[in-house]
Design a protein around this ligand. Structure first.
Ligand SMILES: Nc1ncnc2c1ncn2[C@@H]1O[C@H](COP(=O)(O)OP(=O)(O)OP(=O)(O)O)[C@@H](O)[C@H]1O
Length: 240
């Protein structure tokens, strides 16, 4: 089977708006970053990769499969962390939320409970098992969602701003944990630091690929453009 994520001239339209246009990508790296400003189309790209939405035109393949046509296969292969954990969490307690995906994958209640307990212990958070999810902070909920996804061991992880709400120690622990995972990881962010370690970086601007390549080749131009746009806003503000 073809390994990798490919987009062939992909367009995505909502009503009259063209959100992504002419996207062609051939992604075979293990660590893939997607960078771009707010509203540039990063999350939409991720949703297309997972098959949550279908392209308006063009073709997408994830390891040879059409994600939108083969949702069932995607559930086992692709784990997604959304930007907003409240869109993802289903259960009242931490241990129930963590066990759910494992149960879906066929683990018995006892097996799932044992895996969850091992994970919480490794994270130094055994005391969280019975905690109510509603009592967690935003960052803590994001951490919980990520742990739930990691427990399912999907071959591809799609992470939408995974570090944004996390405090620095949790970010550092998470970065270490992700670094050793054998899986393909696609991380999207507007923050160059969050994707600087990627093997391949795609910069999305206005629904198109502005540039792609190694971070060393993409990030200097991205930073320069962001600084230019920031300065332009400041000048505009001053003129009022
Ligand atoms: N369901 C939708 N209906 C209409 N417009 C949408 C929809 N989803 C996204 N858009 C629009 O498409 C554009 C790209 O959105 P997207 O969420 O992919 O951007 P993003 O790069 O992930 O942004 P951010 O960094 O702010 O999360 C935005 O202008 C957004 O308003």
């Amino acid at each position: 089977m073809d390994q990798g994520i490919t987009f062939q001239d992909v367009t995505y339209r909502r009503q009259d708006r063209l959100i992504l246009r002419g996207i062609s990508l051939s992604l075979t790296a293990r660590r893939i970053g997607v960078i771009g400003r707010n509203g540039s189309g990063k999350t939409t790209l991720l949703r297309l990769m997972a098959g949550l939405v279908a392209p308006s035109s063009g073709q997408i393949r994830l390891d040879g499969l059409d994600p939108a046509a083969d949702r069932r296969a995607m559930l086992d292969r692709v784990g997604i962390l959304f930007q907003n954990p409240d869109h993802q969490i289903l259960f009242p307690t931490v241990e129930e939320e963590l066990a759910f995906g494992l149960r879906q994958q066929g683990a018995s209640a006892t097996e799932a409970a044992a895996e969850v307990a091992t994970l919480l212990q490794a994270e130094g958070r055994s005391h969280w098992a019975k905690a109510l999810v509603a009592s967690l902070s935003h960052g803590q909920k994001q951490w919980l969602c990520l742990m739930a996804v990691l427990l399912m061991r999907p071959a591809t992880l799609l992470l939408d701003e995974p570090f944004a709400a996390l405090d620095l120690p949790t970010q550092a622990r998470l970065a270490r944990r992700l670094a050793v995972l054998p899986q393909r990881i696609v991380t999207i962010s507007h923050d160059p630091d969050a994707v600087a370690a990627a093997d391949h970086l795609v910069w999305i601007e206005g629904g198109e690929v502005a540039r792609q390549g190694r971070p060393a080749d993409v990030l200097p131009a991205f930073r320069a453009e962001m600084a230019r746009l920031g300065d332009a806003d400041a000048d505009t503000d001053l003129s009022h």
